[in-house]
Design a protein around this ligand. Structure first.
Ligand SMILES: [Zn+2]
Length: 287
């Protein structure tokens, strides 16, 4: 475990990992489209459970960081945050729509954007990472793990570090857009989000500095969402068997997909890792 924490990239380098893009396991239904009351995040439990199996078996017992439950927790957290980003995009578009109505010239920002998001590439022109929203959704999910890892050293930190390396390795096999996520992780996210805002506004003459400022401080971000993560309607969809199996593994799904909560007791591993870190720091000091 210590090795995986210190060298997450080399811990997974030799593994033959296969995975599906997040949207094969879940989807976001925008509130702009009728029936409006059915908007929200839909998580497809059968493919999710199957996919977790495939991913877990591709480790072949080679990773200490994960058992089936903890891997499932990370997968669920990732998929939810990918879809939550689609919600953030819709909220950003809606804020512009409300502002445009305030100016007395209401614009259908989201519908216009939606039309060229996948099909046409007019507006500001074709984006090299088209569809950019998918690259950013993957990057947002990745970055959400980083926010969690600003915690003290412990078992969860290993999941975060190893799982992020798994994502980086797997993106290459995903469809166009999705596979460009690596360009927008960490600090690069802001420039990607600014480009997304330019696409939403579809202005022929956008001011990059203003858009960068908006992307950095206002939206799309969790703070500018109309509903916070635990309140976004989220549906677990699947047959009784799949839902039962899923429920046994993930007893508190809302807490798991919003904050990677896990019921298991990690205290002995956490203590060991803290101790190991202390010893290493001491050894360094003694030279
Ligand atoms: Zn997506």
């Amino acid at each position: 475990m210590w090795y995986e924490l210190k060298n997450p990239a080399s811990a997974i380098r030799e593994l033959d990992l296969t995975r599906l893009p997040a949207d094969a396991l879940a989807f976001y239904r925008p509130f702009h489209f009728s029936p409006h009351e059915q908007w929200g995040i839909y998580i497809l439990v059968e493919p999710l459970v199957q996919h977790c199996d495939v991913l877990y078996h591709s480790f072949g017992g080679k990773l200490a960081a994960f058992n089936w439950e903890t891997l499932m927790g990370c997968l669920l957290f990732e998929v939810f945050h990918h879809e939550f980003f689609h919600h953030l995009t819709e909220c950003a578009a809606t804020s512009f729509e409300i502002a445009s109505a305030g100016f007395g010239k209401p614009k259908a920002i989201y519908s216009n954007y939606w039309e060229y998001r996948f099909d046409k590439t007019d507006g500001v022109g074709p984006h090299p990472d088209h569809p950019l929203e998918e690259a950013l959704a993957n990057a947002y999910a990745y970055n959400s793990f980083s926010f969690l890892s600003r915690m003290e050293i412990g078992f969860k930190l290993i999941w975060v570090k190893v799982y992020q390396k798994i994502l980086e390795k797997c993106w290459a096999q995903e469809p166009a857009g999705y596979r460009s996520a690596g360009k927008y992780i960490n600090a690069e996210y802001v420039s990607g989000a600014a480009q997304l805002l330019a696409m939403l506004l579809s202005s022929p003459d956008p001011d990059p500095a203003s858009l960068m400022l908006l992307a950095k401080t206002v939206m799309p971000s969790g703070n500018s969402a109309f509903l916070q993560k635990p309140d976004v309607p989220t549906y677990l969809v699947g047959g009784t068997d799949a839902l039962t199996k899923f429920g046994q593994l993930i007893p508190a799904p809302n807490e798991t997909y919003t904050s990677l909560f896990w019921l298991g007791d990690t205290s002995s591993v956490d203590e060991y890792l803290k101790d190991r870190k202390k010893k290493e720091a001491l050894a360094k000091k003694l030279g």
